[in-house]
Design a protein around this ligand. Structure first.
Ligand SMILES: Nc1ncnc2c1ncn2[C@@H]1O[C@H](COP(=O)(O)OP(=O)(O)OP(=O)(O)O)[C@@H](O)[C@H]1O
Ligand SMILES: [Mg+2]
Length: 584
C-alpha cells in the first residue's frame, strides 16, 4: 500500500497492532456511504496512539479510494489569528480533496497554504472547476475580514462540497480542544475566540461528512464536548494494546532500531509497559548510554533512566503535562492528593477519605474544585460518581510522579523505585516461566518471532538444517537471504482477517520467498480446513506482492491431522512440527 500522507510514526512499517480499532473505524468510515455513521470522539489517555491511528485511517481511506474522501487536520498548539487559522484549515482541506480526486499525493504537501489564487488555479488544472465558487467565497470573506462568515464557510466546507457533489467525506480533526483555546479574534491576539467549537453544533450532525475528533488533553476535550456540543458525539475509547500486539510492537521496534531483545525481555517489556505504545517506543529508543535490553538488569536500568533521569523521554513528556497543570496543583495538598491516589490506584477514593487521611484543612467546595482541575488535565480520573476519584492506573506514571514529588513531601529514597521495578520484573519473569511450562520448553513461547528471526538472520546459513526438518519443499528450494521478513497485514483489507505470520521476500528474484503460518498450540493439530484457508491467503498474497516464486509454509507445534498432511502434500505446502525450528 502507498502511504500518501507522511505519518509521524516515521517508517510506516513500524505501525503495529490496533487491529480491532482499525477494523472498527474502517467500517465506520465505509458506513458513511450509507449515512449510518455518527460523529465520534476518539478518547484515550495521552500518548496512546490516537494520532498514529488517525493518520493511518487517512492513508488507508486515501489508498482504498472507495467513495469516502479523507480529511485530516491537526489544530496546532500555537496562538493564531482566526483569519490565518481559517485559511490554513480551508486550504489544507481543499488540497487534500484535490490530492484525493487527482490521485496525486504531491498536493498533500503544497508549497503554500495561504494563497487562494494558487489553489483555484490548481483546482482548474485538475478539472475540479466546481471548487472555484467556494474558494472565491472564502477568499472574499478573508479579504474583507468578515471573520464570522469566513469561519462558517471554512468550517462547513467539507459538508458543503459533499452535499453539492453527492460525495462523502470523513473529517478527522486532531487536538480539537485547541480550537477554543488557541484562536484569537484580533490580529494582536488579545481576544480569545472561545466559541469556535460550538459552531460545530449543526455540522457535527452531518451524516455525509461526519467528524472524528481527538486530542491529547482528554479531560479538557471531554469537558468541551459536553459543554458545547452535547449529544453530538459518540465516545470511542482507545485502550492499551493487547498483549499480543504489544509483543509484536516490541519485536518490530527492536528489529528496526537494531536494539536486541530476548524472548523473555520482549515479554517483560510489553508487560511492564502495560501495552502502551509510547512506553514501548521510548524504552527501545532510549538514549541511555548502557542500554541493554537483553537482561532484566539492563531493562531495569533503562526504565529507571527513562522515568527518573531528567533526560528520560518518558519523564520529560509527563512533566510537560504535569507542569501545565501545576499552577493548579502547586501546593502541598495538591501533590499529596495525587500521591495518595497513585498509591491507591487500584480503587476509587471518596473526597471524605482524602480529607480524613490527608488531614486536609480546606472546605469541601475548594477541594472539589481542585480535584476537578486535576481531572481536567488528566492527572487523576473521575470515578464512577462525582464524589469519587482514582489515580491513573499506570504504574509508570506513578513512578515518574513520585520520583519528582515524593521527596518534597516526605522522607523518600529514590532507590525504592528502582527496587520496585526490579521486583516487578522478577514477578513478570515468574509469570513468563509459567507460560513456558505449558509447552515443557524453555524456548518458543513466541514461536513466530523466533522463526522470523531465524529466517532474517540465519536463512542462508542454516539452509541445509532447516530443509532437513521441513517436509514438502520443492526439489530446487533453498532458504536464502531476504530483503524483508515480517508478518503480513494487508491494511486496507482489515475487514477480512487477512494476515499471515511470516512473509519473507527473497532478495534475488531467482530465490523462493516464504509465506507462512505459525501455530503454537499445545493440543490442537493443524486441520485440513485451516490448510485450505491458508492456501487461499497464500495465493492472494503471492498475487498482490507480485511474487514469481514462493512457497507456503506451516509450522504447527503439535503437528497436523492426516487430512491436513495429505492436502499440504498435494498443494506443495511445506510443513514442520520440529521444535528445532524455534529453539537453537
Ligand atoms: N500502533 C502503533 N504502532 C507503533 N507505534 C505506535 C503506535 N501507536 C503509537 N505509536 C507510537 O507511540 C507514540 C505516541 O503515539 P501518538 O502520538 O499517536 O499518540 P497520541 O495518543 O496521539 O498522543 P497525544 O496524547 O500526545 O496526542 C509515538 O511515538 C508513536 O510513534
Ligand atoms: Mg496526538
Amino acid at each position: 500500500m502507498e502511504y500518501a500522507l507522511e505519518e509521524r510514526i516515521g517508517n510506516p512499517d513500524l505501525f503495529s497492532g490496533r487491529k480491532e480499532e482499525l477494523t472498527y473505524f474502517l467500517k465506520w468510515i465505509n458506513d458513511i456511504k450509507e449515512r449510518k455513521s455518527q460523529s465520534s470522539a476518539l478518547l484515550a489517555r495521552r500518548k496512546m496512539g490516537k494520532t498514529a491511528l488517525m493518520e493511518r485511517l487517512f492513508n488507508i481511506t486515501f489508498f482504498k479510494n472507495s467513495g469516502v474522501i479523507p480529511f485530516y487536520y491537526e489544530i496546532k498548539e500555537i496562538k493564531m489569528w482566526v483569519k490565518d487559522f481559517c485559511k490554513d484549515f480551508f486550504l489544507t482541506f481543499i488540497y487534500q480533496y484535490i490530492a484525493f480526486k487527482s490521485r496525486n499525493p504531491e498536493y498533500l504537501r503544497p508549497q503554500s497554504r495561504s494563497n487562494f489564487e494558487e489553489v483555484a488555479r490548481i483546482a482548474q488544472k485538475e478539472g475540479l472547476d466546481y471548487l472555484c465558487a467556494i474558494i472565491n467565497d472564502a477568499a472574499h470573506a478573508a479579504a474583507h475580514e468578515e471573520l464570522n462568515i469566513l469561519w462558517e464557510i471554512v468550517r462547513d466546507a467539507p459538508k458543503t462540497i459533499a452535499a453539492r457533489r453527492n460525495e462523502y467525506i470523513v473529517q478527522m480533526i486532531d487536538e480539537f480542544q485547541f480550537l477554543n483555546a488557541m484562536i484569537y479574534r484580533d490580529k494582536n491576539m488579545k481576544i480569545q475566540a472561545n466559541d469556535l467549537a460550538g459552531g460545530y453544533l449543526s455540522s457535527a450532525e452531518s451524516k455525509i461528512a461526519p467528524l472524528l475528533v481527538s486530542g491529547s488533553w482528554v479531560g479538557w476535550l471531554m469537558n468541551l464536548l459536553m459543554m458545547m456540543l452535547p449529544a453530538r458525539f459518540r465516545y470511542e475509547f482507545l485502550e492499551n494494546m493487547p498483549e499480543e500486539e504489544a509483543i509484536e510492537m516490541v519485536y518490530k521496534y527492536s528489529q528496526f532500531f537494531e536494539v536486541p531483545v530476548t524472548e523473555e525481555t520482549a515479554y517483560l517489556l510489553a508487560q511492564m509497559a502495560e501495552g502502551s505504545p509510547f512506553y514501548i517506543s521510548a524504552i527501545i529508543r532510549s538514549r541511555y548510554r548502557d542500554k541493554n535490553l537483553t537482561t532484566i538488569d539492563g531493562l531495569t536500568k533503562t526504565l529507571e533512566f527513562e522515568t527518573l533521569d531528567n533526560q528520560g523521554v518518558i519523564k520529560l513528556t509527563w512533566m510537560e503535562y504535569v507542569a501545565s497543570a501545576l499552577p493548579r496543583i502547586n501546593d502541598r495538598n495538591g501533590k499529596n492528593i495525587v500521591l495518595y491516589l497513585c498509591k491507591h490506584r487500584d480503587r476509587e477514593v471518596t473526597r471524605k477519605e482524602l480529607i480524613d487521611e490527608l488531614k486536609l484543612d480546606i472546605p469541601e467546595v475548594k477541594l472539589e474544585e481542585k480535584l476537578k482541575a486535576l481531572v481536567k488535565s488528566d492527572i487523576i480520573a473521575q470515578g464512577t460518581s462525582n464524589n469519587r476519584y482514582q489515580g491513573v492506573t499506570d504504574n509508570i506514571f506513578d513512578k515518574v510522579f513520585r520520583g519528582v514529588y515524593e521527596e518534597e513531601i516526605r522522607e523518600f529514597d529514590i532507590g525504592d523505585i528502582a527496587k520496585e521495578y526490579h521486583e516487578g520484573f522478577e514477578k513478570l519473569k515468574e509469570q513468563y516461566n509459567r507460560l513456558l511450562g505449558r509447552y515443557n520448553s524453555q524456548k518458543g513461547h513466541f514461536a513466530e518471532y523466533a522463526i522470523l528471526d531465524r529466517l532474517r538472520i540465519h536463512g542462508r546459513e542454516h539452509n541445509e538444517f532447516l530443509k532437513s526438518i521441513t517436509r514438502n519443499l520443492p526439489g530446487d528450494f533453498n532458504f536464502s537471504d531476504y530483503s524483508l521478513v515480517w508478518k503480513y497485514n494487508s491494511s486496507p483489507e482489515y475487514a477480512k482477517d487477512f494476515s499471515v505470520d511470516i512473509f519473507a521476500r527473497a532478495q534475488s528474484p531467482g530465490d523462493y520467498s516464504v509465506i507462512g503460518e505459525v501455530k503454537n498450540r499445545d493440543l490442537k493439530k493443524f486441520s485440513r480446513e485451516e490448510a485450505v484457508q491458508f492456501q487461499v491467503k497464500y495465493e492472494e498474497i503471492k498475487k498482490i506482492e507480485n511474487l514469481e516464486r514462493a512457497v507456503g509454509f506451516v509450522f504447527s507445534r503439535c503437528g497436523f491431522t492426516e487430512e491436513a498432511e495429505e492436502y499440504c502434500k498435494e498443494k506443495g505446502i511445506a510443513c514442520s512440527d520440529d521444535e528445532r525450528w524455534v529453539g537453537d
